[in-house]
Design a binder for this molecule. Structure first.
Ligand SMILES: *[C@@H]1O[C@H](CO)[C@@H](O)[C@H](O)[C@H]1NC(C)=O
Ligand SMILES: *[C@@H]1O[C@H](CO)[C@@H](O)[C@H](O)[C@H]1NC(C)=O
Ligand SMILES: *[C@@H]1O[C@H](CO)[C@@H](O)[C@H](O)[C@H]1NC(C)=O
Length: 406
């Protein structure tokens, strides 16, 4: 990309940072004015949160594929959120700048086009639209702290999607719900089925859907490659290779959609239960680490597979790219492990050293905040009995029973 193309972007970016600097100054001033209003830790969290959001924006910019316009749009709402949450009034200058930004914002063409998936999914090349999600429902919510990704597929036997959603939502209070976005991605292309699941979610969770807490999406049918042409890998059956390769592509699609929508991404599944206050616990843990300057890539709140893995949204592109490169080779959770190994391990040292280095950036928390409830895998016929022993049962038995109507 030539320098001439970069120039207007740089100007925008500069403007962006000037505004941000103004904002920070402003916040600092108001903070010193009203020191007694905020206890030390909440200010530390706020600062960590802002730092992380700037980091997010900067990295989005560095990916340099998305319109700066969109960045600005995102920034403007982030700014608003910060200003609002600190309960300070904004000077008219900033307000008018924000309005000016807003005016220059165009609708985004394709929100996901800025990842290089084309090299690895060549059938998508020259069809940017194939990456456009089918939005079955969206309240347009963004700039939240936590984005929860819930992939779901049609199952032969029991489905747990609705009870999973009810459980997740009932374990968040109003504050936590307002600060979240739950994205349900239905990894199917049968239109009738998509409409049916969407209707059921809307029907069973009208408040969550209407408030903007829940987005429902599906990939365009052309997103999936020809699964009959996959390489058989790891000595698995054809069915299994197809199942796990599609699952990887579903993760990727979901993550691409979620990436610009918040600060942290949490991977969930369609058959889990959560602990009360999981939102606050996770967010605090992440902000504490950021405030302490401790490095991390994954904060892990469940030991099973991909469940309960929390990442910065700004780090997601690495994982998206990694999974899409090897989607045909290994299951997603193994790829995650492989990526962490690549990131952390010194090949000249032994396994123990590798483990130690990995644990530093992939931090596991006890007790687990999520538990698996399904016994049937979405791979037909596969029985899935894995449970996380670090999840204390007692808390949730009552809730699960309530949901099951017992
Ligand atoms: C915000 O600040 C105003 C005064 O500047 C005060 O009256 C109001 O109660 C505050 N709101 C909250 C939620 O703290
Ligand atoms: C900017 O636009 C968003 C929606 O795109 C809106 O919610 C927000 O209030 C606008 N901000 C200003 C300052 O007009
Ligand atoms: C929700 O829970 C968090 C953490 O316990 C708390 O800080 C917040 O005030 C609660 N909000 C409401 C509306 O109860």
């Amino acid at each position: 990309m030539g320098w001439t193309l970069q120039q207007p972007r740089s100007r925008h970016l500069l403007l962006l940072f000037i505004t941000f600097a103004t904002c920070i100054t402003f916040v600092f001033i108001s903070k010193s004015d009203t020191r007694d209003l905020y206890d030390h830790s909440s200010v530390t969290y706020k600062m960590a949160e802002m730092e992380m959001r700037v980091d997010h924006l900067t990295r989005l910019y560095e990916l340099k594929d998305k319109d700066v316009q969109e960045l600005i749009k995102h920034f403007s709402s982030v700014l608003k959120t910060i200003v609002k949450s600190l309960n300070v009034s904004v000077s008219e200058d900033i307000e008018s700048l924000m309005i000016a930004y807003n005016k220059s914002v165009e609708m985004v063409r394709s929100p996901m086009a800025h990842f290089d998936v084309y090299t690895f999914l060549p059938h998508l090349r020259s069809h940017e639209n194939y990456l456009r999600p089918l939005i079955l429902h969206s309240g347009g919510r963004n700039a939240v702290s936590m984005v929860f990704g819930v992939p779901t597929v049609r199952r032969q036997q029991q489905t747990y999607l609705i009870q999973t959603l009810i459980n997740i939502i009932s374990n968040m209070n109003q504050t936590e719900q307002k600060d979240s976005l739950i994205v349900v991605m239905i990894g199917e292309i049968d239109q009738q089925y998509l409409q049916q699941v969407t209707a059921e979610i809307k029907n069973r969770l009208p408040e969550a859907v209407n408030s903007g807490l829940v987005d429902i999406i599906a990939p365009s049918p052309e997103y999936y490659p020809d699964f009959s042409k996959l390489r058989i890998t790891l000595g698995d059956s054809e069915d299994r290779v197809r199942w796990r390769s599609k699952q990887n592509l579903d993760y990727v699609f979901l993550m691409m959609y979620c990436q610009p929508k918040g600060s942290f991404y949490v991977q969930l599944e369609d058959d889990v239960v959560a602990k009360p206050q999981f939102h606050t616990i996770m967010k605090k843990t992440a902000l504490q680490r950021i405030a302490d300057g401790q490095e991390w890539f994954i904060l892990d709140f469940c030991r099973l597979g991909f469940i309960g893995k929390m990442m910065r949204c700004s780090d997601l592109p690495w994982l998206i790219q990694f999974i899409v490169m090897f989607y045909n080779d290994k299951p997603g959770d193994w790829l995650l492990d492989g990526m962490m190994e690549t990131k952390a391990c010194n090949l000249e040292k032994d396994l123990r050293d590798c483990r130690k280095r990995k644990d530093e950036i992939w931090v596991t928390f006890r007790p687990s905040l999520f538990q698996h409830i399904g016994t049937r895998s979405s791979l037909n016929g596969k029985i899935q009995l894995l449970k996380d022993s670090l999840f204390k049962k007692s808390v949730n038995v009552k809730r699960i029973n309530k949901i099951k109507g017992k």
